[in-house]
Write a protein that binds this ligand. Structure first.
Ligand SMILES: Nc1nc(=O)c2c([nH]1)NC[C@@H]1CN(c3ccc(C(=O)N[C@@H](CCC(=O)O)C(=O)O)cc3)CN21
Ligand SMILES: CC(C)C(=O)C(=O)O
Ligand SMILES: [Mg+2]
Length: 299
């Protein structure tokens, strides 16, 4: 997906000696071609794995976009990571709207997906379309995501018919935590796999451009990946899906507490920030900060 066919993108940038602050892969001054839903379809056809991270703010979105992450999900996991709730259940459209707008302002290339929060789409297609439209129109999202398979197929169809791409989400669906009886791995056993396959077929049939599969055994996710034509995006669903997505604060070692088994930590941002805060505190107390180079002269 990083290198779409020549017909649909600009020539690759010449290697530049000048590195950006983040050592980005693409040093081109030209705007990079936006990832579109057709690139998801092509990635599956060509077995190019899709990458996604959550993002909730302008600066992190800029960094992930610049690094070449294909899509940024403004997840209702913001309930945990930004707002400090125990679950995603209290999160509202009003809370996610400004976060989505900030991420959309930052993303030049990445596809920005707005996660529809609990209570914003379940009651019916009309409410679902109304709220999906708000994310597109007021926040500048490029697609929306909603949880559920068969049970939300009607809503997916209605939103897609309005020209809004939908990312589906099956397997473990955190907004149904209480209905599912906790953080329970889905898709286990014959009946679990059958339900997962029914859900995957239903969202494909309803027009979803891709489907997130969360917390299911790898074999079950692999079966779904073979069964459906749309790309599957794993959140703890193993290596055989067409893409991988993680909550960025887990992935970067910023989250507090226990992270799920499926997370690989690629940085220790939390420890880095803590060390920096302690050093700042020490410098201020000792008078090492501010130093002459941080002071203004008389002019
Ligand atoms: N910070 C964060 N990371 C996430 O991955 C995430 C959120 N928040 N909020 C929304 C949902 C909820 N998710 C979750 C929540 C809990 C587990 C969890 O506890 N998993 C256990 C296995 C189940 C169990 O035994 O409880 C694990 O160890 O993987 C996994 C995913 C994924 N999403
Ligand atoms: C974990 C992903 C799939 C999500 O829905 C979120 O971040 O809210
Ligand atoms: Mg979510």
């Amino acid at each position: 997906m990083d290198k779409p066919a020549a017909a649909e993108t600009e020539a690759p940038a010449a290697p530049s000696e000048e590195a950006t602050a983040y050592g980005a892969a693409d040093q081109s001054k030209k705007p990079r071609a936006r990832i579109r839903v057709r690139h998801f379809a092509r990635a599956k056809r060509e077995s190019i794995r899709i990458t996604g991270l959550t993002s909730y703010d302008y600066l992190s979105a800029k960094i992930f976009d610049d690094a070449g992450i294909d899509f940024l999900l403004v997840g209702d996991s913001a309930g945990n990571t930004v707002f400090g709730y125990d679950t995603t259940l209290p999160v509202t459209v009003e809370e996610l709207m400004p976060l989505t707008a900030a991420v959309a302002r930052a993303a030049e290339r990445a596809l920005v997906v707005a996660d529809m929060p609990f209570g914003s789409y379940e009651a019916g297609s009309q409410e679902a379309l109304h709220n999906a439209t708000r994310f597109m129109k007021e926040a500048g999202a490029h697609a929306v995501k909603l949880e559920g398979g068969e049970r939300v197929a009607k809503q997916i169809r209605r939103i897609v018919d309005a020209g809004i791409p939908v990312l589906a989400h099956i397997g473990y669906t955190p907004q149904s935590e209480h209905g599912l009886g906790g953080h329970v791995i889905q898709g286990r056993g014959g009946e679990g796999l059958e339900q997962l396959l029914r859900d995957a077929r239903a969202v494909e049939e309803a027009g979803a451009f891709a489907v997130v599969i969360e917390m299911v055994p790898s074999d079950a996710a692999a079966a779904v990946t073979r069964e459906v034509g749309i790309p599957t995006i794993s959140v703890g669903a193993g290596p055989e899906c067409d893409g991988q997505l993680l909550v960025w604060t887990d992935w970067a070692g910023f989250s507090t507490g226990r992270t799920p088994r499926f997370v690989k930590q690629y940085a220790q941002i939390g420890q880095t920030l803590r060390d920096a805060a302690v050093e700042f505190q020490n410098d201020v107390r000792s008078g090492a900060y501010p130093a002459p180079e941080h002071e203004y002269d008389q002019g």
